[in-house]
Design a protein around this ligand. Structure first.
Ligand code: C2G
Length: 455
């Protein structure tokens, strides 16, 4: 008798789960299915699991493929189960390829091809809240999205779009998803879009995705003009669609804790905020060569402006930019000085100059300091006049941290989250406004160019 084992959360039970269990059963004579506990899912960083454990077990049993259901409570249990249940074959979906090779010393390990398409008809019939997301763009950040989205229950990455056939095919093959070079066909297969294309293409992709009735999560900077941000948000609102700007820091738990403490009054009234983020880039990268939209501020400005807007608000009095230009005229190191009625702030970023990436919040009673990478807030300290009085705080920041914004995006779509609580529409509009002012200062935009020629 061939004994097979597989594991999973099996939340919001769908076609992919059914087909996996069906094929797992066909591999042998007796199938054991391990269903993860909520506590284990939490420790392995899976967010947003909706169905309670008994319901998830029930759904597995209902398929009729499982001869026995057990619960999976901890990392390392698989190894013990294989010995305890005399397992011949361990199997799991191909989205885990390589991850369980360490079990090969004890049994056969088979990765079954993941199901690419979750059909909309089935989801509608079940009234299921699973979002089928499609990615626009195949760059670095798009690659990070998929493993992060996998750890958010209720979302399945269904496809990728890029007008360049070769990049699309390569990306789709790597992640076992559908590749599209036809935007209409891409939209037909999805419920929402994650936009990770070059900055200047965001506006038109967001607009077309919204016009096709899709919710949108767009990488920062969402757009580079205030009027575009206003137009897109009002279109989304009128059509009952969610539009989210993805600045991962805004959604991560540590940053939320930091804002809570900064605003609690423990450091008094906030008077100065300094945020710095630098990342040395290769001279040939898009960020260093795109003469219209590249440079340090369009790339990293959203991060360094975020704590300033969060702590001082959107109504600054003045903003001034200073920057050091590279040979091609792009800003290598930029400092935005922002003046408010009650304080001042500096947002510094660099792609060609390295500095200490620190966030410092100074108040009338004390200060908060967060060392790099403060944009992935894991640890911070609160200091007072007495140097011995130091409070230390820490928080989890899992993986690449995109899962937090993905999870919030989903809860907004499903109507279970509070509207824009982590990054408001107004804040996104102001961020676009600052980007627009910066590009005008550098005179890179058409208006800037014509202003320059008229001088
Ligand atoms: N699956 C699939 N196709 C999909 C989605 C999921 O084949 N479109 C497979 C997964 O690869 C996994 C099983 O269905 O084998 C259950 O998926 P999840 O509930 O998402 O569980 P997962 O997080 O993959 O847990 O210890 C837990 C295991 O490591 C797997």
């Amino acid at each position: 008798m061939v004994r097979v084992i597989t594991y999973g959360t099996f939340d919001l039970f769908h076609e992919g789960h059914y087909r996996l269990l069906e094929r797992a059963k066909a591999l042998g004579d007796y199938l054991i299915v391990g269903v993860t506990t909520d506590a284990y899912d939490k420790t392995r960083g899976k967010l947003n699991v909706i169905d309670p454990l008994p319901a998830r077990i029930e759904n597995v049993k209902k398929t009729g493929f499982a001869d026995e259901v057990i619960i999976e409570e901890a990392a390392g249990q698989k190894f013990n189960d294989i010995k305890k249940f005399h397992i011949d074959i361990f199997t799991v979906g191909s989205d885990w390829v390589g991850c369980f090779d360490y079990l090969k010393d004890y049994c056969q390990v088979i990765y079954l091809e993941r199901t690419k398409n979750i059909s909309s008809t089935m989801l509608r019939e079940q009234n299921s809240p699973i979002q089928r997301v499609g990615i626009i763009g195949t760059g670095r950040i798009a690659h990070r999205f998929i493993p992060e989205a996998k750890l958010v229950s209720g979302i399945t990455t269904q496809g990728v779009y890029n007008p360049h056939k070769e990049s699309t095919e390569r990306f789709a093959r790597k992640w076992e998803i559908n590749g599209y070079t036809d935007l209409e066909k891409f939209y037909e297969s999805i419920d929402s879009a994650y936009i990770a294309s070059p900055h200047e293409t965001h506006y038109s992709y967001i607009k077309s995705a919204l016009e096709h009735g899709k919710h949108v999560l767009c990488e920062k900077p969402m757009v580079l003009k205030r009027s575009q941000a206003e137009e897109l948000f009002s279109y989304a609102r009128e059509h009952g669609l969610v539009l989210f700007e993805g600045i991962k820091t805004a959604y991560c738990p540590g940053f939320g804790k930091l804002l809570g403490i900064a605003c609690s009054g423990s450091i008094g009234s906030i008077r100065n905020v300094e945020a710095c983020f630098t990342k040395l880039e290769s001279k040939n990268s898009r960020e260093m060569t795109d003469l219209t939209y590249g440079g340090s501020f369009t790339e990293l400005g959203s991060y360094v402006l975020l704590p300033i807007l969060k702590l001082f608000g959107e109504n600054f009095e003045t903003i001034n930019f200073e920057y050091i230009e590279g040979e091609n005229g792009l800003d290598l190191f930029t400092k935005a000085s922002v003046r408010y009625e009650t304080g001042m702030a500096a947002a510094t970023c660099g792609l060609g100059v390295k500095s200490e990436g620190r966030l410092l919040i100074a108040g009338t009673k004390g200060y908060i300091v967060v060392e790099a990478p403060w944009w992935k807030t894991r640890y911070f300290e609160v200091h007072y006049e007495n140097p011995e009085e130091v409070e230390k705080y820490s928080e989890r920041f899992l993986g690449d941290g995109l899962r937090y914004e993905i999870s919030d995006f989903l809860t907004m779509i499903n109507g279970t989250g509070k509207s824009g609580i982590k990054l408001t529409r107004r804040e996104s509009i102001v961020l676009a406004d600052v980007m627009e002012r910066f590009l005008r200062t550098c005179r890179r935009t058409r208006e800037g160019a014509s202003e320059r020629s008229s001088h």
